[in-house]
Design a protein around this ligand. Structure first.
Ligand SMILES: Cc1ncc(COP(=O)(O)O)c(C=O)c1O
Length: 452
C-alpha cells in the first residue's frame, strides 16, 4: 500500500467519519490507526506495522484476532442463515447458547433474554426490574441505586445509573432520577484498610440507602469487583456479599453488570456464582463473542420470568426488542467462544499469566509517578500521579495518560489509558513472552512520557 493511498484514506476518514470518544483536534494530530488485519494479540496496519491490542479492542477480545475456530464457526453459520428476527422464530445457536450460559451461571438464573450490546443488556435488566415490580403490585419501587464511579453504557437509561460525571454531565436534567450511593474506594480507603484486611467497612452508605429507601427502590446495579470506565477501580468480593444480604432483606433486585468483567477477565468465568453470589439479573456482552459480533444477554430467574406471564390482553409480557437480538452469526460464534473458554481447563491455566502480570508490580511501583499498581485476575492498572507520596494527580491539562498512549503507538502498543490510568486488559490468550513485551514496553512508554 502506498503512502499516498494511506493518506488519502485517512483524509476520507477525517471528512466523513465521526469517531467515538475522540476530540476532533486529537484526530488532527494523532490520526486513527488504519488497521488492515489482526493476528492473535496484534493489530496490523496498512503498512504492516504491528500493535499489541493491550486492551482487547475495548475489552471484547478473548482469543485473539482472526482465530481459526471462531472464524470457522462464523463461516458455518453464514452458509445457513445470517439473520432472522427473534420473535416468532428461534434457532439452534441461540438455544445452545442460552443453555450453555445457564449451565455456567449461578443456579438461581434460569432464563436468557438476548439483545445486541452491553448497554442494551443493562437496559433490559432495568426495564425488567421496573416492570416486575409494577406487575407484582409494588409500583412504588421505581428507582435504582448505583455506585459512585459506576458505568453501565451510553444509552439514556444506562446513563441514568452511571456514576461518572464526565458521561452524565451533558445530559443532566433529562436522565431518570436514580440515587448514586458512595461505593468502595480502595485506592483511597477512608478506613485506611487494605483489600486483605477489609470487611467492606465502606458498605455503610449502601446499607443506609437500602434501609431508608429500599421500599421505593427497584434494584441496585453494580460492576462486580472492577469498575472499568472509572479507571479499573477494584474492590473485594466482601462488598458484594454484604450487598446481597442487605438487598435481599430490603427486597431490592441486584443487577450485576458483568459486561466488562465477564468471561474470564477476573480469572473466573463470571463473578456471579463465585463466593456464593447470586444476583437477580446478570448482564453480559463484550467477551461473549470474543469480539466477533455484537451481542448482549440478560439472565434472570424463574420468579422474574413468571411475573411476566399472562394473556395477551393483560400486556404483561416484556415489550422490548432489538432487530439484531440473538443474531444467528453472533450466537454461533458465542457458542464457540464458550467452548474455548470451558475446555482443557482454560480458565485454570490463566493463573500463571495472572501471576506473571502481577510480577511486574515492583517494576511500576518503584517510580515516582506510580500512585498504585492494582490487579484483579487478567486486569491490571497503574494509577499515574504527579507525586506518589501525596497521590496528587497530574493537572488534567497535562494529559499524562494521553502522552503515554502516544508513546505506545511509537512502540507498537495500543493502550488508550482511561484518563491517567494506564491499564492492561489483554486477550486471555496472550503468551508469557507477549506479557513481558507488554509490561516492559508500557513501562518504557510511561518513563518516556513522564520522566523517570
Ligand atoms: C460495565 C459496562 N457495562 C456496559 C457497557 C456498555 O457496553 P456497550 O459499549 O457494548 O454498549 C460497558 C462498556 O464499556 C461496560 O464497561
Amino acid at each position: 500500500m502506498t503512502d499516498e493511498s494511506l493518506k488519502h484514506d485517512l483524509a476520507r476518514d477525517f471528512y466523513s467519519v465521526w469517531h467515538p470518544c475522540t476530540p476532533r483536534r486529537d484526530q488532527e494530530t494523532t490520526p486513527p490507526l488504519l488497521i488492515d488485519r489482526g493476528e492473535g494479540v496484534y493489530l496490523i496496519d496498512r503498512e504492516g506495522r504491528r500493535y499489541m491490542d493491550v486492551i482487547s479492542s475495548w475489552w471484547v477480545n478473548l482469543f485473539g484476532h482472526n482465530h481459526p475456530r471462531l472464524n470457522a464457526a462464523l463461516t458455518r453459520q453464514l452458509e445457513k442463515v445470517a439473520h432472522v428476527m427473534f420473535a416468532g422464530i428461534t434457532h439452534r445457536p441461540a438455544i445452545d447458547l442460552a443453555e450453555k450460559l445457564l449451565s455456567l451461571a449461578p443456579p438461581n438464573l434460569s432464563r436468557v433474554y438476548f439483545s445486541d450490546n452491553g448497554s442494551t443488556s443493562v437496559e433490559v435488566a432495568l426495564k425488567m426490574s421496573l416492570q416486575y415490580w409494577r406487575q407484582t403490585g409494588r409500583a412504588e419501587k421505581n428507582g435504582f441505586f448505583h455506585l459512585t464511579g459506576g458505568y453501565h453504557g451510553e444509552t439514556l437509561g444506562a446513563l441514568s445509573v452511571c456514576g461518572l460525571e464526565m458521561f452524565r454531565a451533558p445530559f443532566e436534567g433529562v436522565l431518570m432520577e436514580n440515587r448514586a450511593v458512595r461505593g468502595p474506594d480502595c485506592y483511597s480507603c477512608p478506613f485506611g484498610l487494605s483489600p486483605e484486611s477489609c470487611q467492606a467497612e465502606c458498605f455503610g452508605p449502601m446499607e443506609r440507602a437500602l434501609e431508608e429507601e429500599g421500599g421505593r427502590t427497584a434494584g441496585v446495579i453494580v460492576e462486580p469487583l472492577v469498575q472499568g470506565a472509572a479507571g479499573m477501580k477494584m474492590y473485594p468480593p466482601v462488598y458484594l456479599k454484604k450487598l446481597q444480604e442487605a438487598a435481599a432483606h430490603a427486597e431490592v433486585h441486584t443487577i450485576y453488570d458483568e459486561v466488562a468483567v465477564g468471561f474470564g477477565r477476573t480469572g473466573s468465568l463470571f463473578v456471579a456464582g463465585t463466593h456464593g453470589l447470586q444476583p437477580t439479573f446478570l448482564c453480559l456482552s463484550k467477551g461473549i463473542t470474543s469480539g466477533y459480533l455484537p451481542l448482549g444477554a440478560t439472565l434472570a430467574g424463574e420468579s422474574i420470568f413468571e411475573a411476566f406471564d399472562g394473556d395477551f390482553a393483560a400486556r404483561k409480557f416484556f415489550i422490548h426488542s432489538h432487530s439484531y437480538a440473538a443474531n444467528p452469526l453472533a450466537t454461533a460464534v458465542a457458542c464457540e467462544t464458550l467452548a474455548l473458554l470451558t475446555e482443557n481447563d482454560f480458565l485454570a491455566r490463566l493463573q500463571p499469566k495472572i501471576d506473571a502480570i502481577g510480577g511486574y508490580r515492583p517494576l511500576f511501583e518503584q517510580f515516582k509517578w506510580c500512585g498504585e499498581f492494582r490487579q484483579t485476575g487478567m486486569i491490571a492498572a497503574v494509577e499515574l500521579v504527579r507525586d506518589r507520596t501525596t497521590r496528587e494527580p497530574f493537572d488534567r491539562a497535562r494529559r499524562a495518560g494521553y502522552a503515554v498512549y502516544q508513546e505506545g503507538l511509537k512502540r507498537g502498543l495500543f493502550m488508550r489509558p482511561l484518563g491517567d490510568v494506564v491499564y492492561f486488559l489483554p486477550p486471555l490468550v496472550i503468551s508469557p513472552g507477549e506479557i513481558k513485551t507488554m509490561m516492559e514496553t508500557a513501562r518504557t512508554c510511561i518513563a518516556e512520557a513522564l520522566g523517570q
